[in-house]
Design a protein around this ligand. Structure first.
Ligand SMILES: Nc1ncnc2c1ncn2[C@@H]1O[C@H](COP(=O)(O)OP(=O)(O)OP(=O)(O)O)[C@@H](O)[C@H]1O
Length: 507
């Protein structure tokens, strides 16, 4: 982070800074920032309270790629940003923004963050941002998206939670790359329309706060803190559990309250982190909301008790970076952080579990919305993976029309996951002892075929999770029974011996 006084004294003028950040209150945009010139790629003025930009921003900072103005006071999206020819990422979270004028969005935009504003409509010109991949619109007043947005064919992640949508536009289900969508907290997903919540809640334990003893912190996410704990169920019996206490009002994915509702509604599945009970009697539970309180307050929103996942279950991936945008990151030998990879049996077993978990969720009308490797805890030895983090989940049962489309969007997320397994998580030939056997080669080919069908640009043509699960289970079965899926084989020579296996097994 840089200092205002040094900037004003010209101290950064010839420093060749590529990144510049200030957090101190600013009455107006310091002209000295413009002197950082060609070199500057990343400007972060979040929290400074700014409300306007200079007219020559684009010409003075022609190589600006990333601009953050969150927690400022821009009531109107500043048109000057459209003049920045290389601007790819823009954030105006919590600005009280009400308007985005036509042609104000930079054309090179890949990542747009407008979470927690008061925006009632988007400009039609967003359709010209054809590179847009990630669009964060949770916590606004949107009822519709402009049909022109259907031209944003690269869109991969869309957050629409906590708006005013009565339905989702049909063109959303034609976007070939859209895989991660959240839309809880809209009229079309009103809790009253959902039987799922009450059904699952029925089986849920009532956990008294006074029966819980919190221990060390296990994880901290945008919506709350997860701690290890003891649940004292009787004077002589206590169970080790994980406790998540939800705080705050809105994350970029949605509200903690909607996350908790979806987590509870999800019920039990062997590849989902299970909720055991809901916490009652927390000291902050009864506190009144202060009238006019900041929407980002850290108010307690509820708590759940989960099964405790042992420490040898580790996350399968790292969240996307600025560069990877909508895709997870994985350790590589280049960055010196490799982890042991999975063998064919481990990978297939995990994927079967995860496809089953997704099938289980959609059978209950729940979209996970964030089906990423970084939200999966896995144990190699147990050949077991567990999906968690319901922060972007939506209970859509009995909600919008396009139920099937919602599932098929998530099938693309599963395709990405399979691709991540194939490229980053499963041992390749050189890494396996003695090279890959026929079985592993055929499994890899089977997964590639399945991945391609799950990633079909024609959203409707994608398989359902039930079909995906059936196919993966078939591959598992084939491992035991030497049965190989009937798939066209582009590399005939490599499959010659495998092909004999098919004939032998099926005869
Ligand atoms: N039941 C559990 N048992 C053990 N550890 C857990 C459990 N649930 C979560 N964790 C740990 O906490 C981390 C964060 O969990 P989670 O992703 O659910 O939090 P979050 O608040 O939703 O995070 P995010 O900011 O990604 O939305 C996990 O990666 C894991 O390390």
């Amino acid at each position: 982070m840089q200092e205002l006084q040094v900037l004003l004294d010209g101290g950064y003028k010839a420093a060749g800074l590529t990144k510049f950040k200030l957090t101190c209150p600013l009455a107006s945009f310091p002209a000295e920032i413009l002197e950082l010139g060609d070199e500057l790629e990343q400007l972060d003025l979040s929290g400074t309270g700014l409300s306007s930009l200079p007219s020559n921003l684009g010409s003075a900072l022609p190589n600006l790629k990333i601009a953050f103005f969150s927690d400022c006071n821009f009531a109107i999206f500043p048109k000057q940003l459209a003049q920045c020819p290389n601007l790819e990422m823009v954030a105006f979270r919590n600005n009280g923004m009400v308007e985005i004028p036509e042609d104000s969005l930079p054309l090179q935009l890949r990542w747009l963050i407008l979470t927690g504003n008061r925006i009632a409509s988007l400009p039609a010109s967003i359709g010209r941002c054809t590179r847009l991949q990630k669009c964060m619109l949770a916590g606004n007043q949107l009822q519709h998206l402009p049909t022109e947005m259907a031209q944003c064919r690269k869109l991969g992640l869309l957050r629409l939670s906590v708006n005013r949508f009565e339905s989702l536009p049909p063109w959303l289900f034609t976007l070939p790359e859209l895989a991660f969508v959240s839309f809880a907290g809209n009229t079309c997903t009103a809790p009253a329309a959902n039987g799922a919540v009450t059904k699952a809640a029925f089986r849920l334990a009532h956990v008294n706060w006074s029966d819980l003893e919190l221990q060390e912190t296990l994880g901290q996410g945008a919506s709350g803190v997860i701690s290890q704990g003891l649940w004292k169920q009787s004077p002589d019996y206590a169970e080790e559990v994980a406790v998540k206490l939800f705080h705050g009002a809105l994350t970029s994915d949605g509200t903690p309250a909607d996350e908790m509702a979806a987590f509870i509604a999800a019920g039990a599945h062997e590849s989902l982190i299970s909720v055991m009970g809901r916490i009652h009697g927390h000291p902050e539970e009864e506190e009144e909301t202060t009238p006019g309180a900041d929407k980002n307050n850290n108010k307690f929103q509820g708590g759940i008790v989960m099964q405790l996942i042992p420490p040898y279950y580790t996350v399968l991936g790292q969240p996307p970076s600025l560069a990877s945008c909508t895709r997870d990151c994985f350790p590589t030998p280049q960055n010196g952080t490799t982890t042991p990879k999975l063998n064919a049996s481990q990978a297939l077993s995990m994927l079967v579990g995860l496809a089953g978990a997704a099938e289980h969720l959609h059978a209950r009308g729940i979209a996970h919305g964030d089906l990423y490797a970084h939200n999966i805890l896995a144990s190699r030895d147990d050949e077991h993976a567990l999906l968690g983090d319901f922060g972007a989940a939506t209970i859509y049962a009995h909600g919008p029309e396009h139920e099937c489309g919602i599932e098929k969007l998530e099938v693309l997320a599963f395709a990405h996951l399979v691709e991540d397994f194939l490229s980053n998580l499963i041992k390749t030939e050189g890494e396996s002892e003695g090279g890959e056997g026929d079985v592993d080669v055929a499994m890899r080919r089977g997964l590639q075929q399945l991945q391609a069908r799950c990633a079909a640009a024609d959203v409707e043509a994608r398989p359902t999770f039930e079909q995906v699960l059936e196919e993966l289970e078939g591959m598992m079965g084939w491992r035991g029974m030497m049965r190989i899926p009937d798939i066209p084989n582009p590399t005939a020579s490599a499959s010659a011996s495998v092909g004999v296996g098919v004939a032998a097994a099926s005869s």
